[in-house]
Design a protein around this ligand. Sequence first.
Ligand code: ASP
Length: 280
Amino acid sequence: MKIKVVKFGGSSLASGAGFLRVKNIIEADESRRFVVVSAPGRRYKDDEKVTDLLLASKNDKDAFQRAAERFRGIAAELDAFGMQQILAGEMDKIYKEYDLNPTEAYLASRGEYLNAFIMAALLKRTFIDAATIVRFGADGAPDNAKTKELIREALSGCERAVIPGFYGSNHLGEIRTFSRGGSDITGSLVAAALNADLYENWTDVSGVYEKDPRLHENPRRYRYIAYSDMRNLAEAGMTVLHPEALNPAEESRIPIRVKNSFRPNEEGTLISNGEYEELV
Ligand code: ASP
């Protein structure tokens, strides 16, 4: 069976309704076997991203409470699946940890951790904690070679799983995070390690555009774009994909398709070795 690694961004998983939309997308294609998720993003223009709240929470208990409130809201919306009860134990653990003054990286990582926990319960798939498979070196830099080895070990006997993006741990087991938007990197590493057929990166726009479609009217979309051209766009500030997410996929020749979870039938953009390029 083919392997697709699918990553969903925070705007796709900002509410219970978002989780249900994503569940439908995943279950519509049985090759969507490995799922990587971000933390809940904004539900509306002036909303707060859970990762911002968690980063602030180191010195601000109110921000911590507001992040917790977002998860309670999502669990309440998904209570037809028993989610409030399923999540309660995990939330308790994090509350207890908070009182022990944890690191900023630990706090920041809990958004992805809990979102993956919820998604795994909703899909009835195995939850794999990224701390066990994404490795950072003693210098704080990601160790991609070790990470791919750990991913292969953990996932080779596993048909389907859900993995939190954005964080991992060092050799001491301390939590470390990528830079902001780093769940894209986790997805690319999982795809590379498993030699996936495709890495689907699901976001809130229908692909890669010449200009940001959230800010410009009717910009042209790339149907296909080369990794190298995508890297230039990402480094110039195009936020649709983290620039560091390109390398692992490109090295293993895995095409990346950028798609919109709000319009799943639209084709999006295929990022690959650049055999074709077309703007529509
Ligand atoms: N949640 C993290 C952020 O807001 C990571 C990610 O979304 O990829 O940057």
